[in-house]
Design a binder for this molecule. Structure first.
Ligand code: ATP
Length: 215
């Protein structure tokens, strides 16, 4: 099922993988149902939001029963295309890139880094986390039909590589560099700047201690 077609709000769509992971755990423990309160505590999303999110999926929890785990799982599997593994490329096998290659994404969701690229000949030809590292010069040749890429190169290299990825047919980029990259309107970029996230957390802790918050 296509999320765009079903008009699930983007904020809801972003929470789907979170729900999916937790429900999968419940399912493997043999649990048949779950309440929105339980879900709320586990995924740290308030239960009113969960109820609203789930209503988009046609999953209406019953009072005193909760949600049917099996039903939700099969919905999420279809919606998130979990029956099919999405193959991903990673560009930049430095510290962060290496950590991602060693991290087993398939454990919790169905994405798999299939190939990595780097400019450094010391890394090229090696396997990191079971993934072959190719030279960046061979990007177009070795990308195949992969449509998603993780960018862990230095900021200065980000735009140039993004341009090549787009040219090679990539439609989604997870950008871990601090650089804001420009891409055509039909390409989606999700930007994750870990140092800014950390800074923001420290700032919030200082200025908005949780005990003073309303919710
Ligand atoms: P390290 O300690 O290995 O340098 P790092 O993550 O601090 O790790 P960065 O300078 O951020 O290093 O570079 C990340 C990786 O991106 C490195 O492996 C580097 O060789 C690679 N890289 C740099 N420029 C390019 C490029 N133009 N194309 C592809 N890979 C590149």
């Amino acid at each position: 099922m296509d999320l765009e077609q079903t008009k699930i709000p983007q904020a809801t769509a972003k929470r789907l993988p979170l729900y999916y992971r937790f429900l999968n755990n419940l399912h493997s423990q043999g649990k048949m149902r779950v309440s929105s309160k339980e879900l709320s505590e586990a995924v740290k999303v308030d239960s009113a939001t969960i109820r609203r999110d789930f209503s988009y999926f046609g999953a209406l929890g019953k009072k005193g029963y909760g949600y049917n785990v099996e039903y939700l799982l099969s919905f999420f599997r279809k919606t998130l295309d979990q029956d099919e593994t999405t193959k991903v490329a990673l560009i930049g096998v430095g510290n962060l890139g290496t950590a991602f290659l060693n991290y087993n994404f398939t454990k919790n969701n169905n994405t798999k880094i299939e190939v990595a690229f780097d400019a450094n000949y010391d890394r090229v030809g090696q396997e990191v986390g079971g993934v072959p590292v190719e030279h960046i010069d061979n990007l177009e040749k070795k990308m195949g039909d992969l449509s998603v890429a993780i960018l862990t190169v230095p900021a200065s290299a980000a735009q140039g590589i993004a341009d090549r990825l787009v040219e090679a047919g990539v439609s989604g980029i997870l950008n871990f560099t601090p650089a804001r990259i420009s891409v055509p309107a039909n390409v989606r970029v999700h930007h994750i700047d870990l140092s800014i996230e950390l800074q923001a957390l420290v700032y919030f802790l200082k200025h908005y201690p949780l005990s003073e918050m309303q919710e």
